[in-house]
Ligand binder design. Sequence first.
Ligand SMILES: Cc1cc2nc3c(=O)[nH]c(=O)nc-3n(C[C@H](O)[C@H](O)[C@H](O)COP(=O)(O)OP(=O)(O)OC[C@H]3O[C@@H](n4cnc5c(N)ncnc54)[C@H](O)[C@@H]3O)c2cc1C
Length: 409
Amino acid sequence: MEQFEVIVVGAGPAGLLAAGSAAEGGGRVLVLEKMRQEGRKLLITGKGRCNITNDAELGEFIQHVHPNGRFLRTAFGHFFSQDILQILHDYDVETTCERGGRYFPSSNRSADVLSALLKWVHERKVEIRCGQRVEKLLIEEQTIRGVQANGQVYGAAKVILATGGKSYPATGSNGEGYELARSAGHSLVPVRPSLVPLETEGGVAQKLQGLTLKNVRATVWVNDRKSGEDFGEMIFTHFGLSGPIILTLSRIVVDALHQKSKVELSIDLKTALDEQKLDARLLRDLDESGKKRISSLFRSWLPTSLIPVFMDLLGIDPEKEAHQLSSKERKRIRNLMKDLRFTVTGHRSFKEAIITAGGIPTTEISSKTMESKLVSGLYFAGEMIDVDAETGGYNLQIAYSTGWLAGRS
Ligand SMILES: Cc1cc2nc3c(=O)[nH]c(=O)nc-3n(C[C@H](O)[C@H](O)[C@H](O)COP(=O)(O)OP(=O)(O)OC[C@H]3O[C@@H](n4cnc5c(N)ncnc54)[C@H](O)[C@@H]3O)c2cc1C
């Protein structure tokens, strides 16, 4: 039986950081990856550009993590955004900080990030074997002894599980790591797709398919109670709603839908104007337009593709002239601009979810070392732990930081 100091299961960002930092401590480190290639998911991050991390301060960073960002305080304290940027810099990956503190490789190529991380681990003499699916953990007397992969047994004093979540299963992270953890006696916070597009009732979103709205505010209403809001960009799709602010709000929506609550999403198209100011603006435009057709007046108020949908929803004849519009009709226009409402009927599956919510409970893992509280020598890193974050580079940082701490421990 081949013997190693540390075996890391999974060659995603968490596994690579774990392996590299473990190897810095000396000893033979082996990474077993079931796919034929390392870092398949890393390659598709940020639409192939890879949003590496975020420049938020620790306190703010933690606020973007759910359900318990404080669990990561020690991991972030040991290895944070500047540390991953330094490693990339050392391997000639220049980075650019964009809007919202999001770091990307200046080349806009996620492949550059992956190849830098691979060089970093190889220089530390880590051995990576791809095409090796770990199917069993070897545990005796609550102590890890090694793993079995493709029928072959490997011995190790420490094993780090970094098998990812369940989203985008084609990349290799299909949730089977949870079963390995369960076989060690761990429980599982039910996993749900997060940062996931939403499906809506009726054909309105579908009619607007492809339309992107910027600077809008989306508000989630659960059983008629305001439960969250976000400001920014969104897009209509053939099934409903997507885009950054929708993905961010999806965490609240998915949980509410699973509780069978009534979920609505309201879009404020005129965030810069409160109701009074918007009314004054509509009134002014109507007064100045006299015999102009109402449909052409709408062109100065809304993106063109929204106009027929608005006319339908309002039941206003588009041929009507501006001066013929009643104050009641004006009020309905104003209300719809401030509250274009969708009933949310569902969410897309793990196949389209950027991240997995749920996973191995943080109460069963030491935040100081990432070691299992149930099996000595077993460690966890990355998305398989029950922490997930909003978009902005936070999720990858969770993977690097927990990986680094597990490896160092
Ligand atoms: C489309 C998309 C875009 C994203 N963009 C961003 C972004 O720009 N910024 C950001 O911060 N986050 C982004 N994320 C999230 C980010 O990719 C994840 O948070 C991160 O990859 C998690 O790292 P990980 O190492 O824990 O898991 P993974 O990257 O999923 O790696 C786990 C690895 O374990 C392997 N594995 C699983 N089971 C076994 C087994 N039994 N034996 C051996 N190997 C196994 C898998 O094949 C996989 O290679 C994005 C996610 C998606 C899906």
